[in-house]
Design a protein around this ligand. Structure first.
Ligand SMILES: [Zn+2]
Length: 120
């Protein structure tokens, strides 16, 4: 009787622990998704502001913008609506593969030339 009761109580505790773990993971996923959405909103806002400044101050048109988008899009060899991702670089100090867009080597801290300001 006691053994059965303890097993049942253990099963309930395990189920509650699993439920809590699931809730924690869902919460983390929601926060990560919210963070990505916030960052995307910020990028859209900055892009819109930059475009309006360029149009107002330099007289660029939507046709100029569309032509530049096509030019950049085509650099990968295919116009597919995606920006080409730069290949991984090697650290000049320790020869490790450095994360695309990193300002410094993540292994030895060596500053990396040619940092891509648009890397994500
Ligand atoms: Zn290095």
């Amino acid at each position: 009787m006691w053994g059965y009761g303890n097993e049942a109580a253990d099963a309930v505790r395990h189920r509650r622990a699993a439920d809590l773990q699931s809730q924690i993971e869902s919460s983390r996923t929601r926060r990560a998704s919210d963070d990505v959405e916030d960052r995307l909103d910020r990028h859209v806002l900055l892009t819109e502001a930059m475009w309006e400044l360029l149009a107002e101050r330099l007289g660029l048109t939507s046709a100029d913008l569309a032509a530049k988008v096509l030019e950049i899009d085509g650099r990968s060899g295919a116009v597919n609506g995606k920006r080409e991702v730069a290949p991984a670089r090697r650290c000049p100090s320790c020869d490790a593969a450095v994360t695309v867009g990193a300002r410094t080597c993540q292994f030895c801290g060596e500053p990396m030339d040619g940092h891509d300001p648009f890397a994500v």
